[in-house]
Design a protein around this ligand. Structure first.
Ligand code: NCD
Length: 296
């Protein structure tokens, strides 16, 4: 099995990841001794690659990595299929990030070992969504009956759509706060409608923050814009500062996959609900859980 998307994960699987991740907070064993994780990152990353590698090392396993994707044979013209067949001979599990949607799936069809999608273009980023959900549960003790506002570049953010697919398994009130040009992907809204799940959309910040228990902010995804001028126009659509948050809910839980650019002013960082750096730590536990479950 591979972990490619959150769209069709069963609630049982999601809950087993949550339970396992909790166990991993105290884990001191070496269940992955003798196993190797390969990280193949064809797009920039700090957290995701380092936390996958940390997770495998903390499980007692080992890691191999292409130091710089520009130095890999894909640059010589090797097909992704061939790269998959090769890396599958070295590693027991592969984490891949690539700018093109569908790449992780293609890799999983050729590698012969489990593949974890660490981000494919604007499409999916399942481990990020699982760690976001884990953070919500850890910080708030529940998911059901929370009002969650997801803001920013909802057209291009793979973390936003991946999280929504997970949240569709729970009884939550979803609000999408995005500029007109960066509204939530149609396919995600269709999915919610088919599930009979309520959501609302707005481009007005006040409306977006009103009644929110949780704000999940995303970065305007510069690398997905064809026209740099359009990015410049949209990049600072929403800049949340401390006063804005306090006005609506001083205890609001504030999440962000990071990196942040200007979406969250640094004066928010000391609010009790500013959880984005705690979220980073949870990423290690969740990735330990995902690797353990895939290789069990
Ligand atoms: C996110 C990503 O790569 O999609 N970052 C991450 O994995 N922590 C979000 C982003 O880059 O904006």
């Amino acid at each position: 099995m591979s972990l490619l998307s959150t769209k069709n994960l069963s609630k049982d699987y999601i809950e087993s990841v949550m339970e396992k991740a909790k166990e991993m907070e105290e884990y001191k064993g070496n269940a992955m001794k003798g196993k190797i994780l390969a990280t193949l990152f064809y797009e920039p990353s700090t957290r995701t690659r380092l936390s996958f590698e940390t997770a495998m090392l903390r499980l007692g396993g080992q890691v191999i990595s292409v130091a710089d994707s520009k130095s890999s044979s894909l640059m010589k013209g090797e097909s992704l299929e061939d790269t998959a067949k090769v890396v599958g001979k070295y590693a027991d599990v592969i984490a891949i990030r690539h700018p093109q949607a569908g790449t992780a799936k293609k890799m999983s069809e050729n590698a012969g070992v489990p593949v974890i999608n660490a981000g494919d273009g604007s499409a999916n980023h399942p481990t990020q969504a699982l760690l976001d959900l884990y953070t919500i549960i850890k910080e708030r003790g529940k998911v059901n009956r929370l009002s969650i506002t997801i803001s920013g570049d909802l057209k291009n953010s793979r973390t936003a759509s991946s999280l929504v697919y997970l949240l569709a398994n729970y009884d939550v009130r979803l609000k999408f706060l995005a500029p007109e040009k960066l509204k939530m992907k149609g396919e995600v809204k269709e999915f919610l409608k088919e599930k009979g799940m309520d959501f609302s959309e707005t481009s007005d910040v006040e409306e977006g923050l009103k009644n929110a228990d949780i704000l999940y902010a995303t970065r305007v995804q510069k690398e997905r814009f064809e026209n740099p001028a359009e990015y410049e126009l949209l990049k600072d659509s929403f800049v949340f500062n401390r006063a804005m948050i306090e006005k609506y809910n001083p205890n609001m839980l504030i999440l962000h996959a990071l990196p942040r650019v200007n979406e969250i002013a640094t004066d928010v960082d000391n609010l009790p609900g500013a959880a984005y750096f705690r979220q980073v730590e949870n990423g290690v536990y969740v990735r330990m859980a995902v690797i353990s479950l895939l290789l069990a």
